[in-house]
Design a protein around this ligand. Structure first.
Ligand code: 523
Length: 145
């Protein structure tokens, strides 16, 4: 029998940014992830384009209309054979509200999103594991605010 490696299932997340800040969302479920912060997004359905899944998830979860701009280089492993991919997105309309899966939103500066240990102590964000390196990649792509 030939051994086949199942392709990683993709979870796509959005880097929504504006005014030098990045949108962070605090998960309310499941219990083991509740209270931790993430770049909002979700699973890509079979046959669905990554960008379409992202636009759908951000509409469902935050009530906003967005346009994906660029895929952030890299992919980060998640539990159960999933992988996290991130796109920068442009907010087209709506004010983000935590409608589903989240109980708080926060617009964070680069130094809050990824403290470098220098300068005044910011209020750091307790990101989910995979989001920590993903956010660094986002900031590297967006450059200094
Ligand atoms: N992550 C994660 N970071 C991140 C996202 C959007 C998701 O680590 N920025 C993880 C959390 C879960 C898995 O990816 O372990 C699936 O994300 P989830 O639950 O947001 O995906 P949904 O909303 O598509 O899941 P269902 O409600 O099960 O359909």
């Amino acid at each position: 029998m030939t051994e086949r490696k199942t392709a990683a299932r993709v979870v796509v997340a959005g880097a929504v940014y504006g005014g030098g800040r990045l949108l962070a969302a605090r998960r309310s479920a499941p219990p083991e992830l509740a209270g931790r912060w993430e770049l909002p997004g979700g699973k890509v359905e079979p046959g669905e384009r990554e960008e379409d899944a992202l636009v759908r998830e951000l509409r469902e979860e935050l009530g906003i209309e967005t346009v994906p701009v660029a895929r952030v280089p890299g992919a980060w492993p998640l539990p159960r054979g999933h992988e996290l991919r991130v796109w920068t997105v442009r907010l087209v309309s709506g004010e983000p509200r935590p409608l589903q899966d989240h109980d708080a939103l926060r617009w964070v500066t680069a130094s809050e999103a990824a403290p470098d240990g220098q300068g005044p102590a910011p209020d750091p964000v307790d990101w989910l594991e995979a989001d920590r390196p993903a956010v660094r990649a986002v900031l590297a792509l967006l450059g200094p605010a």
